[in-house]
Design a protein around this ligand. Structure first.
Ligand SMILES: Cc1cc2nc3c(=O)[nH]c(=O)nc-3n(C[C@H](O)[C@H](O)[C@H](O)COP(=O)(O)OP(=O)(O)OC[C@H]3O[C@@H](n4cnc5c(N)ncnc54)[C@H](O)[C@@H]3O)c2cc1C
Length: 398
């Protein structure tokens, strides 16, 4: 008889849900018992209302969601493909200082999809509900953790004790698991906030993601299915706080100036919310019997919409490492096993984190505007470089 390995997944954001779904539907599903703890209740997607939180998901993320069996639900409900992308900085020389990407140039139908947070979590939860070896414990969070030589025990918010051979921490940027285990991090606050809102514009978005780099921070317009765009506008925290207090009319005026009226002007704005921005990287992604995934391990600037995509790649890798260990009859919670996951993901995530951090600083740095304009124009003229960048962003570079 096979001895079942039990895995505790802490956190039911999209990354934790994806880990549980991959484990529960993979080759070793029968050899695993998965328990997922999440303090929030089941999200309910509203077909009449586009969630304010949306993500630009890459092709690699789409494939993972297809593998899990969740993409079908998402694409039937509502997704917005983006087929082109324009990145620009205000240029003193007309026609220069922009970079245009088109999915047709690499023979792909699109560059990715804009997906709503609530819909993504609902689709993943629907899959989990039908997987017999996954137990969902919603409304419950982890309070304490104790790591032993053969197992890991957690105490939930209601005093219940659960144990497993392995724990995967997907409990987000302020990870309680990471803190309780004393796993140190490096990073800093950007003293920036991102304002997020949906806006109606006079011109069509043409299924294009628009991104302007301003000295105060990047501003993006992501296309939505109802013709509006989701704005993600990063700026100093002080500026964001004052903009959030202003009337819709004043906010729209400032947004039109910041976007150079790229979509013919803005004529409506939804509710506005803001997110504090910081960069963080955990020095270790694992310790005996525990692995960190998603924002629990790394936080990046949202300027290229990569945080969730990176978390999904973590999910695929940790499950791959666990399944390979089971194939060899090894203990999946052993530190030597978990180090393989760390080796395969930490360097990749660090590269992305540094690139995004560098871009954010580069475009905010005063005095080198001409250099930036020239840089964007040179890349724009170099088709092979552009194609390589697009393949990288789609997760097709391997
Ligand atoms: C403005 C903005 C725009 C972004 N846009 C994009 C984008 O376009 N594309 C993209 O790829 N990424 C984007 N990101 C990044 C993305 O939001 C994150 O990387 C992603 O949400 C991380 O998912 P996660 O599941 O790791 O963490 P979270 O989504 O934070 O989930 C963590 C979960 O853990 C639970 N939890 C917390 N404490 C406990 C506990 N003690 N016990 C049990 N559970 C617990 C929480 O309730 C939560 O459900 C953006 C980020 C921001 C701020």
């Amino acid at each position: 008889m096979i001895r079942r390995q039990s895995v505790l997944v802490i956190g039911g954001g999209s990354v934790g849900l994806a880990v549980a779904a991959l484990l529960g539907s993979g080759d070793h599903a029968e050899a695993l018992q998965v328990v997922l703890l999440e303090p929030r209740s089941i999200p309910k997607w509203d077909p009449k209302h586009i969630d304010l939180r949306v993500y630009a998901l890459s092709r690699a993320s789409q494939w993972m969601l297809q593998q899990i069996g969740a993409w079908h639900h998402i694409s039937e409900a509502r997704v917005s493909p983006y087929r082109r992308m324009r990145v620009w900085e205000s240029s003193p020389i007309s026609g220069l200082g922009s970079l245009d990407f088109d999915s047709a140039d690499i023979g792909e139908p699109d560059l990715g999809h804009i997906v709503e947070d609530v819909l993504l979590r609902e689709a993943l939860l629907r899959r989990l509900e039908v997987l017999p070896n996954v137990e969902l414990r919603l409304g419950l969070g982890l309070d304490k953790i104790e790591v032993g030589p053969r197992d890991v025990r957690v105490t939930t918010g209601n005093g219940e004790i659960l144990s497993g051979n392995l724990l995967i921490a997907a409990d987000g940027s302020d990870s309680r698991v990471r803190t309780l285990l004393g796993l140190s991090v490096s990073g800093a606050s950007y003293d920036q906030k991102a304002i997020v809102a949906h806006v109606g514009t006079r011109k069509e978005h043409m299924e294009t993601a628009w991104q302007r780099f301003l000295k105060t921070g990047p501003l993006a317009f992501l296309p939505l299915t109802d013709g509006r765009s989701s704005v993600v506008w990063s700026m100093s925290s002080q500026h964001a706080d004052s903009l959030l207090e202003q009337s819709s009319k004043k906010f729209i005026n400032q947004l039109e100036v910041a976007s150079e009226g790229i979509l013919g002007g803005v004529d409506s704005v939804s509710a506005r919310v803001s997110f504090k921005l910081r960069v963080m990287h955990s020095r270790r992604y694992c310790c005996p019997r525990v692995a960190l995934v998603g924002d629990a391990a790394h936080i990046v600037h949202p300027l290229a919409g990569q945080g969730m995509n990176m978390g999904f790649l973590d999910a695929v890798e940790i499950v791959d490492v666990i399944e390979n260990a089971l194939n060899r009859g090894e203990d999946p919670g052993d530190l030597r096993t978990l180090r393989r996951y760390e080796r395969n993901r930490k360097g990749e995530n660090l590269k992305m984190l540094l690139a995004l951090d560098g871009l954010n600083r580069f475009f905010r740095f005063p005095g080198i505007s001409l250099l930036r304009v020239a840089g964007l124009s040179v890349v724009n003229a170099a088709s092979p470089v552009k194609r390589a960048l697009m393949r990288e962003a789609l997760g097709l570079s391997k």
